[in-house]
Write a protein that binds this ligand. Structure first.
Ligand code: ZN
Length: 336
């Protein structure tokens, strides 16, 4: 970081006056604004690729704001990636930069059109990716499983992460039964260790659309552990956006998945067996959840595995999958 905290606070205090004057930053006598650490609010964030680097973007009425570039132009500090924002718990800096950029002409070069953007996975280095299985009533029924008494947990790895408009490479020499699972993804924003259900959602930074992509023959045929069918490279597409938690009612969202344009899953998170509060609280009893961690919350009915055996046509190279969760944007990817 090129600015220390004191400079940052000074600059942040000055920015209101600068914005009003519409001029480049300079010395100001405006009192410093007090910014603490905390979660971002009111923002739709994304990660986009610039060469080999990911950069933090904010979706605005003026286009996608390159947050680090805007901070540079405005002489403010902001984390340059979504991983950094989450792990530094520095929502307020990003909000200050976005607000200033929208009203300060000097920041104009930091906006770019969303069209043509290459997306990164929202995060690249979460401490953990925890997944909940069999968490929708109708899905548990369709695959012939009992309604679980406790959340069923498994995991993916960071190498499983994939992007909006990305490609999932199917290891066709190892498996044949490839299946989709649209899911609401919880992104943790504050450390959660043994938190109660009542306080659970205050530890959430935001939500995203995800797909718990699965090889069923590996999930069900490798000794009782699901991991090998779930955690393959690229089997966790997520994005395009992280919508901050203050804007989302996570237990009442429509959720859909389409394959080659045909609707396969269409449900609501209100069909959850364990709601978002219960999931975050339950998982935090066993594993300390850290900022940037992801929780895949289970998939609704409509997966290929749930169809009668003679109707199952597993996914294959060339198929296009589109997933959406209400208000969180459409996650599209193709298979090769
Ligand atoms: Zn799943």
């Amino acid at each position: 970081m090129s600015f220390d905290r004191r400079d940052f606070l000074k600059s942040a205090g000055a920015i209101g006056a600068l914005a009003a004057a519409g001029c480049a930053p300079g010395p100001s006598t405006t009192p410093a604004r007090t910014l603490g650490t905390g979660l971002a609010r009111g923002l739709t964030l994304l990660s986009f690729r610039d060469g080999t680097l990911d950069r933090l973007g904010a979706k605005t009425a003026k286009g996608i704001l390159d947050v680090a570039r805007a901070a540079e132009l405005l002489r403010l500090y902001a984390p340059s990636t979504l991983d950094d924002l989450l792990q530094q718990e520095d929502g307020p800096s990003v909000q200050a930069v976005v607000e200033a950029a929208l009203t300060t002409p000097a920041a104009a070069p930091a906006f770019r059109p969303e069209e043509g953007l290459v997306y990164g996975p929202l995060v690249r280095r979460p401490d953990k990716i925890v997944c909940v299985g069999l968490n929708y009533r109708r899905h548990a029924e369709e695959v012939g499983a009992a309604i679980p008494a406790h959340p069923v947990l498994f995991n993916k790895f960071n190498a499983s992460l994939n992007t909006h408009r990305g490609t999932v490479t199917l290891p066709v020499d190892l498996a044949t039964q490839f299946d989709y699972e649209v899911e609401l993804v919880i992104v943790i924003g504050r450390t959660a260790k043994r938190v109660s259900e009542a306080e659970a959602l205050s530890h959430v930074a935001g939500y995203a659309t995800g797909n718990d992509f699965t090889a069923r023959d590996l999930q069900n045929g490798r000794g009782g552990q699901w991991m090998v069918g779930k955690a393959l490279d690229g089997f966790a597409p997520i994005g395009p956006y992280l919508v901050t938690a203050d804007q989302v009612d996570p237990d009442n969202l429509t959720i859909e998945c389409r394959v080659n344009g045909e609707t396969r899953q269409s449900s609501s998170t209100s069909d959850f067996i364990f709601g978002t509060r219960q999931m975050v609280s339950y998982i935090s009893q066993y594993f300390t959840l850290k900022p940037g961690d992801l929780i895949f919350t289970g998939t609704p009915a409509g997966v290929i595995q749930g169809m009668a055996p003679e109707r199952r046509q597993w996914l294959k190279p060339g198929d296009a999958v589109a997933c959406s969760v209400q208000g969180l944007g459409e996650l599209a990817f193709t298979l090769t």
